[in-house]
Structure formats: structure tokens, C-alpha cells
Design a protein around this ligand. Structure first.
Ligand code: NAD
Ligand code: MG
Length: 385
């Protein structure tokens, strides 16, 4: 078998590292084209050398001189800045792993989609913000979107060979995050360190905070709406603290199919890397007797309003999901910087959704404009509160 070409957008992150771990174990199967990072030039340079990448890109141009110095004499191309990132993302490859965090990943992901290749999408904020603009581009360019997010990857597997019209329910499972059993007072005083300490998953800081607020599940609700068009009233969320069942599909005959696995992103990533086949992973097999019991709860939207906000945003339509996402990114960054209380994140997002919402975005430029507006509004709200 000839090696397949792959680019990893966000190679230095948590999903990037899990992807590269699988590639490292199967070096003959892959030829790495582009590896990208925001600013961590030395980490990126080390990966580019190890995987003999064709090109390494730092999105933040200020870090280009150090990347250039680190890779001089290696023959690996280097570049910096947003345009260079999109140019690299548009190089034709067999598989692009879209693993940048936030709406910052949207333009490069769209550049990859426009090449008509296969995109393993981890960057949920891009799909939440762009919605139909992204799915229309996928259809127009004959691209294939494979979901990396564990819930959506589970649903994708449970839907295989079934008709969407036979689906009664899609159930997204949620761990409930580190504050699931906390009181309102404890949650109000939660620190960034407590919020990023997820009970089941080891992830980047932003998604860890999103898991703690439950906004991660809210974003995933919108992500599922775009990936699996069964209708919003057929999507629901259930809290399942063990994170063993990654999501489920119930059919109209009463059968429910679920995907189970360890809480290790290498499982859904491997499913995308090998799709439509399977590959080995080093993950320990599920030990159900050791796990003992699986439990399920309805989400508590009084304590964790984010899933309600996401549902309202997607029902509101227009650019509301892009505004929701942008406001959340700004508020999470402010919380991580110690500037606002944990519970203020949802307050800022809700306040932004009460402002004027631009109409349905028709293009990437419209989505980016809505994103900028949401960021500006959230920043203004933060400055006045
Ligand atoms: P991370 O913070 O660990 O890594 C993010 C990557 O994006 C890094 O390589 C970073 O350099 C790059 N990046 C950050 N800001 C950027 C910018 N402005 N421009 C260009 N590049 C930038 O994040 P992560 O946890 O790996 O998550 C990546 C994406 O995958 C997110 O959208 C997240 O929601 C999704 N996801 C992650 C997990 C997980 O287990 N970590 C699971 C499901 C989905
Ligand atoms: Mg997920």
C-alpha cells in the first residue's frame, strides 16, 4: 500500500498529539505534508523534523523567525501568518485533520474543504459558526467530512448503513464535567485549575472549560444538527458520568445502537484515519466488570444554562450560533485569565444573544463578520460588567 498524505492543522494541540501518536506507530502508512501551530515554534519544529513534514506553519507571524531558525538546513519549508496557514491547508492531501481550537480554524478548514478531499473534523467551533456555509461547501466541492468529536464519531458509526429517515432519536452523551455534583455556591467560586481538571478526558484548556460549563455539549448539539440532519427535535442530551457510551442512535423500530469505548481520543481519531476500514490502537480494551455500572441523568439547565443557550441560538437561526460561539470563546479566555467568575461565562453569552443578530450567513466572509461582531460585543460586555 502506498503511503497516504496527511496535513494536521493544530498539530501541537491535544488532538494533534493524539493523531501524531497514531501516525508514529504506523510510519509507513503516512506521508506528512503540513503541520501547523499558533505560536509554539520549537514544539512544531520538533514535530516537523520527526515526521519529515513538507511544510511547517505558525499562524502567529511573530514566531516565524524562531521557526525558521529551528528548521534551517532541514529542507522543510516554513511559513507564518493566517494566509500562509490557509495556503498550506489548501495543498491537496488524502486527509486533513482539522484540530485548531476555535473559530480561528474556520478559514483553513474551508480551504481544505475546497480541495474536495477528506477532512477529519475536530474543530467543532468552525462548524457551529459556519453551519450551512460549511456543509454547502462540502457538497459543492465533493469533500468528505469525518467527525473526530467522540460523540459525533459514535453517531457516525451507529448510523452506518441505516437511513436517517428511520432515526427516532440521536442521544448525545455528556460526562457532566468536573462540577456535575457541585452546589451553585461551589460552582460560582470555581477556579480555572478546577475547571480544566476533567474527570474522564485529557484535553486542551478551552474545551475543558466548555465541558465544565456544558457549553461543549451545547456546541456539540449544534454540530450534530449540521452533521446528521434528523431535525432538532430528534436530538437530545443525556448526562452519563462514566463516558463509556459515547452516543447513541435509536431507530423507529425501538432498537438503540450505541458506541462504547475508552475515554481516549485516539479511538475516534483512528476511526477517521482508517475509515472505512479499522486500524489498531494502543488503547486498553474496555473492562466492563471493572467499570461496574453505567448511569444516566437529565442535564441540569438551572446550574448549567449553556445547553439551553445553544439550543436557543440554533432555533433563533441566522448568525446566532456564530455569535454564541464567539462570545463563549471571549468569555472562556477571560475566565482562564482570571478576569471573570466561572458563572459569568454563560451570562456574557446570553447577553450577546439578546443583541441584534446578523442574518443567515451566506459566505465565509459573513461568518467571519458575525464572529468579529460577537467578539466585540462580548468584549464590551466584559469591560462594563
Ligand atoms: P488545544 O488547545 O490542545 O490545541 C489547539 C491547537 O490549535 C494547537 O496546535 C494550537 O497551536 C492551535 N491554535 C490555537 N489557536 C490558534 C489560532 N488562533 N490560529 C491557528 N492555530 C491555533 O486544543 P484541543 O483540545 O486539541 O482541541 C482542538 C479542537 O478539537 C477544538 O475545536 C476542540 O473542541 C476539538 N476537540 C478536542 C477534543 C480533545 O480531546 N482535546 C475532543 C473533541 C473535540
Ligand atoms: Mg465531544
Amino acid at each position: 500500500m502506498t503511503a497516504r498524505t496527511i496535513s494536521i492543522l493544530g498539530a501541537t494541540g491535544s488532538v494533534g498529539a493524539s493523531t501524531l501518536d497514531l501516525i508514529r506507530r504506523n510510519p509507513a502508512d503516512w506521508q506528512v505534508v503540513a503541520l501547523t501551530a499558533n505560536s509554539s515554534a520549537s514544539e512544531l519544529a520538533a514535530l516537523a523534523r520527526e515526521f519529515d513534514a513538507q511544510i511547517a506553519i505558525v499562524s502567529d507571524e511573530a514566531h516565524l523567525p524562531s521557526l525558521r531558525a529551528e528548521l534551517s538546513g532541514t529542507g522543510i519549508e516554513v511559513a507564518g501568518g493566517r494566509e500562509a496557514l490557509c495556503e498550506a491547508a489548501s495543498r491537496k492531501v488524502d486527509l486533513t485533520v482539522a484540530a485548531i481550537v476555535g473559530c480561528a480554524g474556520l478559514a483553513p478548514t474551508m480551504a481544505a474543504i475546497e480541495q474536495g478531499g477528506t477532512i477529519a473534523l475536530a474543530n467543532k467551533e468552525a462548524l457551529v459558526s459556519a453551519g450551512d456555509v460549511m456543509t454547502a461547501a462540502v457538497a459543492e466541492h465533493g469533500a468528505t467530512l469525518l467527525p473526530v468529536d467522540s460523540e459525533h464519531n459514535a453517531i457516525f458509526q451507529c448510523l452506518a448503513d441505516n437511513s436517517v429517515s428511520d432515526v427516532r432519536w440521536i442521544t448525545l452523551t455528556a460526562s457532566g464535567g468536573p462540577f456535575r455534583t457541585w452546589s451553585a455556591q461551589q460552582i460560582a467560586a470555581a477556579t480555572p485549575a478546577q475547571a480544566v481538571a476533567h474527570p474522564n478526558w485529557d484535553m486542551g484548556a478551552k474545551i475543558s472549560v466548555d465541558s465544565a460549563t456544558m457549553m461543549n455539549k451545547g456546541l456539540e448539539f449544534i454540530e450534530a444538527h449540521h452533521l446528521f440532519p434528523v431535525g432538532l427535535d430528534r436530538l437530545r442530551i443525556v448526562v452519563h458520568p462514566q463516558s463509556v457510551i459515547h452516543s447513541m442512535v435509536e431507530y423507529r423500530d425501538g432498537s438503540t445502537l450505541a458506541q462504547l469505548g475508552p475515554s481516549d481520543m485516539r479511538v475516534p481519531i483512528a476511526s477517521c484515519l482508517a475509515w472505512p476500514q479499522r486500524m489498531n490502537t494502543p488503547c486498553a480494551p474496555l473492562d466492563l466488570p471493572a467499570i461496574g455500572e453505567l448511569s444516566f441523568f437529565a442535564p441540569d439547565e438551572e446550574l448549567f444554562p449553556a445547553t439551553r443557550l445553544a439550543r436557543e441560538a440554533v432555533h433563533q437561526g441566522g448568525s446566532a450560533p456564530a455569535i454564541l460561539n464567539a462570545a463563549n470563546e471571549v468569555a472562556v479566555a477571560a475566565f482562564l485569565a482570571g478576569k471573570i467568575a466561572f458563572t459569568k461565562i454563560a451570562v456574557v453569552v446570553e447577553e450577546c444573544l439578546h443583541r441584534d443578530i446578523p442574518a443567515v450567513p451566506a459566505s465565509l466572509a459573513d461568518v467571519l463578520a458575525a464572529d468579529s461582531l460577537g467578539r466585540a460585543q462580548a468584549t464590551e460586555i466584559l469591560e462594563t460588567c
